[in-house]
Design a protein around this ligand. Structure first.
Ligand code: PGA
Length: 249
């Protein structure tokens, strides 16, 4: 019922021309795939060429971040209107690297979710605990707070547009994937929280992706879990070959 989403987060990799070649290769491999939603999130400087290369294809394009104002004197920032006008459909919001290195909080993430929705961008809302939080048995506390504050004041109709990505910080780029059971526990918890905050319909329909060292070798077992509806892939999305294998798991 929930169509799987495989999304690639390219982070700060790939020039515009490198991006164009990567998507050309990817298109050759996955243009016939219809049972997955495929999204690539290149850096801002590659969005234009990637959107153009993927026009009329089955691959959607997302930005990795936006600022929450529509325009203004905010040197160095990019607005949701700007990425929308290029042809992007999605935007990653609150990635742990943005929270860790660029001071994003649940409150700024909440503003960015509203700003994305205002411009018809689908937010991929990221949450996840750090290693020390997990070791201190605070995982559910942290995730619960990130959900409550990040999704604060959203209506049910707005929430139905979102995608959630659970990415344990200790599993990102480290080669340490959460076990499918560890991921499933948190995904099930997130779904329960959605039911409490919104209703069963939202809980049943919202797609919750797992992220953190997803590779061709572990995607199948992760996707076998009831509450895992897809993956947000970093490192392994930078090569057409590995990303294709993940898409076609
Ligand atoms: P990774 O990154 O797959 O390289 O661990 C995932 C992410 O940060 O979205």
């Amino acid at each position: 019922m929930r169509k799987p989403i495989i999304a690639g987060n390219w982070k700060m990799y790939k020039t515009a021309s490198e991006s164009a070649s990567l998507v050309q290769e990817l298109l050759k491999n996955v243009s016939m795939v219809i049972d997955r939603e495929i999204i690539v999130c290149p850096p801002f400087t590659s969005l234009d060429i990637v959107v153009k290369s993927l026009a009329k294809s089955n691959i959607h394009v997302g930005a990795q971040n936006i600022y929450f104002e529509a325009e203004g004197a905010f040197t160095g920032e990019i607005s949701p209107a700007m990425v929308k006008s290029l042809g992007c459909t999605h935007v990653i919001i609150g990635h742990s690297e943005r929270r860790q290195y660029f001071g994003e909080t649940n409150q700024s993430v909440n503003k960015k979710i509203f700003a994305s929705l205002k411009f018809n961008l689908i937010p991929i809302f990221c949450i996840g605990e750090t290693l020390s939080e997990r070791e201190a048995n605070k995982t559910f506390n942290i995730i619960g707070t990130q959900i409550k504050e990040g999704l604060s004041n959203l209506t049910k109709e707005q929430m139905l547009k979102l995608v959630i990505a659970y990415e344990p910080v200790w599993a990102i780029g480290t080669g340490k994937t959460a076990t499918p059971e560890q991921a499933e526990d948190v995904h099930a918890f997130i779904r329960k929280e959605l039911q409490k905050m919104f209703d069963k319909d939202v809980a049943d329909k919202t797609r919750i992706l797992y992220g953190g060292s997803v590779k061709p070798e572990n995607i199948k077992e992760l996707m076998a879990k009831e509450n895992i509806d897809g993956a947000l892939v970093g490192g392994a999305s930078l090569k057409a070959d590995s990303f294709t294998k993940i898409i076609k798991y």
